[in-house]
Design a protein around this ligand. Sequence first.
Ligand SMILES: Nc1nc2c(c(=O)[nH]1)N[C@H]1C(S)=C(S)[C@@H](COP(=O)(O)O)O[C@H]1N2
Ligand SMILES: [Mo]
Length: 551
Amino acid sequence: MIKPLHEPGIAAGAAVGVLLTTALISILYAGWRLFSLPFVPFDIFDWMSRVLPGSIISFGIGTMVAIIRAVHVGPTASTAKVVEQATGIVILLIAGAVIGVLFFAIMRAVHRRYACVVGTGLGLLVGIAGMLVSSRIGHVSSGSSLAKAIWILFLFLCWGAAFAWVYQRLLTVSKVAAISEQRREELAQFAPGHVERINRRNFLIRLAGAAATITVSGAVIGAVSGRHQNTSSSELSERWSTHNPLPNEEASVTPAPGTRPEYTSLEKHYRIDINTIAPSVDEHTWKLHVQGLVEQPLALSLEDIRSYIPIHQFITLACISNPVAGDLIGTTRWTGVSLKRLISDFKLKKNATHIKIQSADGFYEIVPIETIMSDDRIMLAYAWDGVPLLREHGFPLRIYIPDLYGMKQPKWIDSIEVTDHWEPGYWVVRGWDEVARMKATSVIDTIHVNANDAHSDQRQRVVIGGIAHAGARGISKVELQVDDGPWQQAAVRTPLSDLTWIIWRYEWPFEAGNHTFTVRCSDGNSQLQISLPSPPEPSGATGLHRKTKSL
Ligand SMILES: Nc1nc2c(c(=O)[nH]1)N[C@H]1C(S)=C(S)[C@@H](COP(=O)(O)O)O[C@H]1N2
Ligand SMILES: [Mo]
């Protein structure tokens, strides 16, 4: 039997799917911004990033960082978050198109009176999947999980019912258009299917208009109701750096003009984690749970943790995904309690050898107790730059472990399990380095020609400067090479601490022409940085940074 002309096809299914799903996403968005209800597209992305094989995820991260850097669109970390969020939305749109096609395909096989059953059935299935994914990720820790589940199911049911309604309408407009068999045959001679298409097109255009109205309304409601992101001046005034000079203020070597700030403002500090939206943890109900191989499990409040004598350390944190000269690195002042001190109150059992640190987002890492006992700089930190950790940076509690990349240092910690064995942490399971010791790296931030010098009698100088960093090993030497010349030692500024990057500076007598500058450093053990280029995966990027400038 030949299918009647008026059955909607694949293209119509995909178009209807995209339209209805766009409207759905905008309502979810408004619900998220107004009432902190789950935003399913972001949850889908985060869920996928957790369950997909590590090799695919790491390839995705590497490609994304490379593209962002190549097109110079902005800071890598925040741009990557936007790309991830957009990907979540596109994935749901594609799923919507697929459901649309599937729905119309099913409707070809069954009678039209089942449209509503099929539509709501599909909506229910997708809704249940969305609900499960969302509760698994649970970005928004506040609010009842029942209300969230109902919200998601309700919206997806309406969405499924909308498919059925659209389908019925499409059939009706087709029928009206068919006028009479005879008339249709006449028309079909020179324009087969023409009548249907015109009417269907009108209907789809109106549907698109309705979807666009809902989408714009949702987007506008969401945009105006969202908490504002800008930091107020009263918030800024509470920061440590607003009131205090840096400890190396008097250092004789000054940064070359154009060098990045030695102390990174909290807003400029890179953010990397597995969440499209940072988990928000309620300070009043939050507890650090200590369990496993302890005589007695503990539940410490933030107050309890703050009651220990605090330690303050200037720290440079870097992401293992940072390419040579990338921006996934930052320096601030961390405040917390030494874990060695805290652990002495844990009453460990005899066979305790490791702790497994677990986070609100499902991230985790394992640290040997021996390491903790041998290094009192390892700390549980609750403040950066004198204020409670920002949500994006792990509020209320994160760990610091000297010399290791960020991938070993959980944010949003909620429990510590004492165990008797090592196991690979979140990123180690996904193929990254077991140790993740920071590689020595040096970067040229600026090649500066002082405009005033052009008219002076003195020989003009080019001032070159940047940073060098080798985890907690410090930097013993920075050298600069101009073109193919000899390596020359640069001046090194006293760092903020043994745990931060250092700022270096080199002055070079001006010589007109095109010049290439290359930098290299040696760590505190006089170990020269690795000059062979290698990508960040799996152990951190190596290679020399080089910049060419015509003078
Ligand atoms: N809970 C949790 N902690 C985490 C991560 C994460 O995804 N989840 N990412 C880690 C990685 S890879 C890095 S580089 C640092 C980044 O810390 P920052 O965002 O405060 O700069 O956090 C680490 N801690
Ligand atoms: Mo990282």
